[in-house]
Design a protein around this ligand. Sequence first.
Ligand code: HEM
Length: 402
Amino acid sequence: MTDKPPVLDFATDFDHTDPEWVNDPYTIWEDLRQRCPVAHTDRFGGAWFPATHAGVTAIAKDTEHFTSRAVIIAEGRPTEEDLPAPIGVAPPITSDPPFHQIARRLILPAFAPGVVNALEPQIRALCASLLDDIITETVVNGSLDYARLIPPSVIRQMLGFPEEDTEKFIEMVHIITEAVDLPLDERIELFAPVEEYFTTKIEEHQENPRDDLTTFLLNAEINGEKLALEHVFGTMVLILVAGIDTTWGAIGASLWHLAQHPDDLARLVNEPDLMPVAIEEFLRFYAPVTMARLVNADMEYLGCPMKEYDWILLGFPAANRDPIVFKDADKFIIDRAENRHVAFGLGIHRCIGSNLARLELRVAIEEFIKRYPKFELANKDDVTWAQGQIRGPRNLPLRILS
Ligand code: HEM
């Protein structure tokens, strides 16, 4: 981590890696919504943060004025060379129209409801075996021993990678999404092993094709031509990142909530039919994913003097707490009837993995509360949160109650 000056005013100098934001962004967003709906910072080479549902929606749907060629804010302004078009470094999330639709359609079948639903028994068995592996009877780490191990196992099997590499994926995801406040040259150095790993896996699959997503991508064609290897590589990295940290964060935050709200926990244990509705409220209230955009050209937008390649921090989680759109937005209502949350984004980049994410989240919570119907936080102060654009508890000691 770098030594950065603390933030004194989030309206004019925000920093999503600041400890105050990492620990409790919600109070900051609420304040910003009231004072200035779009915050600014000179940090990261210049960035804007719309705190309202309307601001987030406008930008997410406006692919003319904003590009997705970089979606994770890093230190410094990107240059044209950092932003290869039209593929982008991780298609389709970093691709703009019209190429975006081609790259997206290519992988949609892998995440169709039928394909994903078939994974339920395997995910349930995985959750049960993780719970079997937990030795202690008193304190369980809901993040380290449970939530963080579920998504990598699912994604690993989709991509056709070996089981022993699970820890490696977690480290790779950390480099890509969390180590964002390091200087660019250090990030490039850190990224080298990720590149090496994926290159080796691609070569292995080229020599020995299998029934998995990596082989599918290597065989896929656009207009009768095989995909560029950078495209295959970028999509694999995207699936790894998009599929791991996000769902880990969602499962962890849901357990964190239940540990502090025994009434909600008891309702879920006693009313299993409530689960699908509760899952949507977990996703709204603790939405883990914030993405970024870049401004395409100098312009006035939402009343702000935006400059070419200014960053936009696109806070879907902030939009989910906007009281203009959600009644009692700051309250977690486990049986909230109407819940059109935007945890999975809006517009052309809306999450492809939402079926899988919902399935993993539901099964993970169902299995956990079946094994442990009563639990609480072991020590509130020991809970730590991920830094960066994907939010979730990293350390989550839970005391099991009888
Ligand atoms: C709770 C878990 C998850 C949340 C909250 C989430 C959220 C999001 C959001 C907000 C976006 C839009 C990004 C943008 O507008 O720039 C997105 C895109 C995407 N997500 Fe997820 N995601 C989750 C899990 C997953 C999983 C499990 C996968 C699959 C392995 C996945 C794959 C993708 C892909 C491929 C895109 C890019 C779609 C495109 O650009 O067209 N996500 N996700």
